[in-house]
Design a protein around this ligand. Structure first.
Ligand code: OFO
Length: 165
């Protein structure tokens, strides 16, 4: 059984994951209209992953005797000055999500809720992977700079980066 304060903290994370899905959907749309299909497909897949992260939390809250709350979301940023800026925002956002997960882990320990603490370990590992991938992509984009040929190849290759759920 989750306590009221753990339920509240988990519900806040459900919102963060839902917002992540929306942010990446907006990035996918921006990339698609800019003609970078590979980047767009990568971001559509990222968005789907975030929805899966949200659903996993929803199931956990409901199974543990809480009630998952579905809240309204603020509209994400829909335009970017460059792909570099877009991927910088992606990394920034993943760092924010990692901090949010860490805070949740902290609360679960404070409350001695070891079931929630155990459940959250999956998210801790996932955030390590997601941050590493965002950094690796940003490094590649920084190398490419304004080179159009490089961007073309990057767009072709990014789809090969498999994302774990
Ligand atoms: Fe849900 O992992 Fe990214 O944000």
């Amino acid at each position: 059984m989750v306590s009221k304060s753990i339920e509240k903290a988990l519900n806040a994370q459900i919102r963060v994951e839902a917002e992540s899905a929306q942010i990446y959907l907006a990035m996918a749309c921006w990339a698609e209209v800019k003609g970078l299909e590979g980047v767009a497909n990568f971001m559509f897949a990222q968005s789907q992953e975030e929805r899966d992260h949200m659903l996993k939390l929803i199931k956990f809250v409901n199974e543990r005797g809480g009630h998952a709350h579905i809240s309204d979301l603020k509209e994400p940023n829909v335009t970017f000055n460059s792909f570099q800026e877009m991927f910088e925002k992606l990394l920034e956002h993943e760092i924010f999500v990692s901090e949010s997960i860490n805070e949740l882990v902290h609360i679960s320990l404070q409350e001695k809720d070891y079931a929630t603490h155990n459940f959250l370990q999956w998210y801790v590992s996932e955030q390590i992977e997601e941050e590493a991938m965002a950094r690796m992509i940003l490094d590649k984009i920084n190398l490419i700079g304004n080179d159009k040929g490089g961007l073309y190849l990057f767009d072709r290759d990014i789809e090969q980066l498999t994302v774990s759920t």
